[in-house]
Design a protein around this ligand. Structure first.
Ligand code: PLP
Ligand code: COI
Length: 341
């Protein structure tokens, strides 16, 4: 397989148009088979539900080249399930899980030349998404939808890769109590754009959002869940109904317990507890594990003991084990790795 001529080691997390994308339409109450197409343009009515009332959701996963030269992806069945949850909450039709996984495999196979080589530090980001494509003017769900999958090679989500970042506690909320924080709705990200741009203007890489009901507990960032390491080496991660159930976080809890013999706690994390942690990280498909070195809450600066130079030792072990599983260096738990090529 002849690879595209890209500077793989220096890719950023941005869109590059690849050769093929998957498209399936929902019409008259049923999904058509779907197919791979060349055209990256979407043509929809000016009154489409997605344009008027943001009826859309998406997923994110990655394909990896393994040490022995295969191409795989990581737990796509969980992305299919989460997209089902998103669709149900947004009154959109579910794209069946088995067909979701098949379409992911088909789309990556059609773009193998774009899958970054092993050891390059880059991966192929896979973005399944669905939107309301038919006209609505009264506030109601559309009758027709389009499900698509695009793929694009990406580098690290945060500039500087594994360098610790500085974040701030946001004065804005990411989600409402009993709202849509626990699904991957496009609207959640639209409302995070002002807070993230404001954070960047103030010199912060991300926002730490607090629970919207009491603003006393840690939730997540705009695009990743939190993991904390206690001084005695436990992994703690926030539990809340308004954060996205990260597949990376769920996988790390398993890896910590079963590969690294660590204790794990999924529970509420008061903001006041944060200064007591030894290491802080963000986890997600895009973020992988990104270390946090400093958290600023107005006048208060929380300097994480692991510092601003490098990822701490426990997060490093978790990172090495997770990426080792993804890239085929470490045996994966049953069912985690989907072979593509
Ligand atoms: N939280 C938010 C808000 C996200 O957008 C993401 C990215 O998907 C995550 C957490 C991490 O989830 P996952 O590990 O499934 O990619
Ligand atoms: C992902 O990690 O897949 C996401 O969707 C996060 C997004 C901010 C890029």
């Amino acid at each position: 397989m002849e690879k595209k001529n890209l500077d793989w080691a220096n890719l950023s997390f941005s869109y590059i148009k690849t050769d093929k994308r998957f498209v399936a339409n929902y019409k008259n109450g049923a999904w058509e088979d779907g197919q791979l197409i060349d055209d990256d343009k979407v043509v929809i009515t000016e009154c489409a539900g997605v344009l008027q009332y943001s009826q859309s959701c998406f997923e994110g996963l990655k394909a990896y080249t393994t040490e022995d030269g295969h191409v795989v992806c990581f737990r796509p069945d969980l992305n299919a399930q989460r997209m089902e949850d998103s669709c149900r909450r947004l009154e959109m039709p579910v794209f069946p899980a088995a067909r979701f996984v098949d379409a992911v495999v088909e789309t990556v196979r059609a773009n193998l030349a774009w899958v970054p080589p092993y050891g390059s530090g880059a991966t192929l980001y896979i973005r399944p998404y669905m939107f309301a494509s038919s006209a609505v003017i009264g506030v109601k769900p559309a009758d027709e939808y389009q499900f698509r999958i695009l793929v694009t090679p990406v580098g690290p989500y945060f500039k500087g890769g594994a360098k610790p970042i500085t974040i701030r506690v946001s004065d804005f909320d990411r989600a409402a109590p009993r709202g849509t924080g626990n699904i991957k709705a496009g609207l959640n990200y639209a409302m995070s754009l002002h807070p993230i741009m404001d954070a960047h203007r103030q010199g912060y890489a991300e926002n730490m959002y607090l629970d919207p009901a009491t603003r006393t507990k840690v939730e997540e960032t705009g695009g990743a869940n939190f993991i904390f390491i206690t001084k005695d080496g436990k992994l703690v991660t926030p539990k809340s109904d308004s954060i996205l159930p990260s597949i990376t976080r769920r996988s790390l809890l398993y890896v910590a317990q079963h590969y690294l013999n660590m204790e794990v706690e999924e529970r509420e994390v008061p903001l006041t507890e944060v200064p007591s942690f030894a290491e802080v990280g963000l986890c997600g498909t895009a973020a992988v594990i990104s270390p946090v070195g400093k958290i600023v809450n107005h006048d208060e600066e929380i300097c994480v003991p692991s510092g601003m130079d490098a990822m701490g030792p426990v997060l490093t072990k978790l990172y090495d084990t997770l990426t080792g599983i993804q890239m085929g260096r470490i045996e994966a738990p049953e069912g985690w790795i989907k072979h593509i090529a």
